[in-house]
Design a protein around this ligand. Structure first.
Ligand code: ATP
Ligand code: MG
Length: 474
């Protein structure tokens, strides 16, 4: 079949500019990879476009800049032979067509100049090797040596060359295969899948940052479980998130079993992904049960227990983030807090008292809605009656949160009577008694004994002071 023209993909005037620049330099140029793939899949506006020049990519970038109004700055990456410029909110990446050869130890190949075909050979997947000509004689012509179009139509991830070589050369491609399968809801072709299994341990040579990049993209997909199930199936997961692998399996003792916490976790991640696009809340869902593996015990009376798993899990979050070189900042603390509190609203849902709700708001603070979202996603019962009941309970708790918060304002709790006032009233120096009284006031408010108001708190303070033998200084 004669390849159709994809001239409609090249409406943006920037492509004519690139074409002009290339012909000024007397070289061929093509748009390649993600842009072409996503155009055909109708995946919305592109933010980056990759251009291959048969010749110097850097020179082409400079010529393109010269032709553009305002002559945008060209960033040159000499070591990689690439250049980048921004035009109209789009990042243009330029590279010279190249041939690559790899060694055992590194994913950085030796590089020499090559043809467009050489360059397509070094691409990771057939669907990422599609190129559109920007040359005058066949502007818009599709160059598709591996029939990537058919793979796009059939939703298949396939490597252009022998998958064992493709994955062994650059093991990051194994994660990219799984990430694209997850994002696009594609299937990894079976020889490719087998090759990933065989090469899984080579993932060790990939930097943590690159791995986390791919994990984040998987987590941000519509149905992230697909990616994590594939990581599990291919044997990559033990190298990346062994904490999750440890959750897999069901033990039985004296006829009692517990649920498989790995598959449960994946369900929770899919559930939460319907409710939020927040990456860190999705991470919290992925990690909310990791403390269950090290805390699992069997007790004759209680059956299977996971005492303190939330606490242990929160500590594991820090270690995991550190190992994966993820940021140890407020995002990490947020995930820790979610893991630590991940059972709280569940316990609440059966008995929604005002004081329990006030304590929840007090402890979760500004994250109380996120916590509710996580805990509601945690409902994975297959019993339709229970499912309905649990969700109805969550609605009750949510309503109660609004009601209590309107009345009591404990979300960003500020003590209604200050330490200074306590000191002045009882003529005290900074001392243990002040802390005692402040705590007693906070407790009385959370328990609902007094409202969260100055007058009531002051009266309570005087009473409490008298109880512990303090006298008023007037
Ligand atoms: P996205 O931008 O959505 O992640 P993409 O396909 O554009 O998808 P990029 O990482 O931007 O991915 O890479 C651009 C192109 O470069 C890819 O389409 C592919 O052709 C090629 N490529 C990227 N990484 C690799 C790799 N590790 N091995 C081989 N080719 C790669
Ligand atoms: Mg891209």
């Amino acid at each position: 079949m004669v390849n159709p023209s994809y001239i409609s993909a090249l409406q943006n005037p920037i492509f004519r500019t690139i074409s002009k620049a290339a012909s000024n330099l007397n070289l061929e140029s093509y748009v390649i990879g993600g842009y072409v793939r996503d155009y055909i899949l109708n995946r919305g506006e592109a933010k980056d476009i990759d251009i291959v020049a048969v010749g110097s990519g850097i020179e082409l970038a400079q010529e393109v800049s010269r032709l553009l109004p305002g002559k945008p700055k060209v960033s040159v990456f000499k070591t990689y032979g690439t250049a980048m410029l921004k035009s109209g909110g789009i990042e243009l990446e330029f590279v010279g067509a190249r041939k690559e050869s790899y060694s055992e130890e590194s994913r950085n190949p030796a590089v020499e100049n090559g043809s467009l075909a050489d360059d397509q050979n070094r691409r990771d997947f057939t669907i990422n090797a599609l190129a559109l000509s920007l040359n005058d004689e066949n502007f818009g012509k599709l160059l598709d040596p591996f029939n990537g179009i058919a793979d796009l139509e059939n939703h298949i991830i396939r490597t252009p060359l022998d998958p064992d070589i493709t994955y062994s050369d650059d093991p990051l491609r194994m994660l990219r295969a799984i990430r694209f399968a997850t994002q696009l809801n594609f299937i990894i072709e079976k020889d490719s899948l087998a090759a990933i299994k065989r090469n899984a341990k080579r993932i060790k040579i990939i930097s943590k940052e690159r791995i986390v990049d791919e994990l984040n993209k998987m987590l941000l997909a519509d149905v992230p479980s697909k990616g994590f199930a594939l990581l599990h199936k291919t044997g990559l997961l033990p190298y990346i998130l062994p904490e999750l692998v440890a959750l897999q399996g069901i033990d039985e003792k004296e006829g009692q079993t517990h649920k498989d916490n790995f598959w449960h976790t994946l369900e929770v991640v899919d559930n939460i992904s319907k409710a939020t696009d927040d990456l860190w809340l999705r991470w919290a869902a992925l990690l909310h049960d990791i403390g269950k593996a090290p805390t699992k015990r069997f007790d004759k009376k209680l059956g299977w227990t996971f005492h303190t798993h939330e606490f242990v899990g929160a500590k594991m979050v820090y270690k995991l983030f550190k190992r994966l070189k993820m940021p140890l900042n407020d995002k990490m603390k947020f995930v820790q807090k979610m893991v630590l509190m991940s059972s709280r609203p569940i316990a609440l849902a059966s008995d929604v008292t005002d004081s329990a709700v006030r304590r929840l708001i007090f402890d979760a603070g500004e994250n109380v809605e996120d916590l509710m979202t996580l805990c509601e996603a945690d409902i994975t019962t297959k019993n339709p009656k229970k499912f309905k009941k649990y969700h109805a309970n969550f609605q009750l708790v949510r309503d109660k949160i609004v009601e209590v918060e309107e009345r009591d304002h404990v979300r960003n709790f500020q003590p209604p009577v200050s330490g200074e006032e306590i000191m002045k009233t009882f003529n005290l120096k900074p001392s243990r008694e002040i802390g005692l009284i402040k705590d007693a006031i906070k407790e009385a408010i959370l328990e609902g004994e007094i409202p969260n108001e100055y007058e009531a708190a002051k009266e309570f303070m005087l009473k409490k002071g008298a109880e512990i033998g303090l006298t008023i200084d007037d």
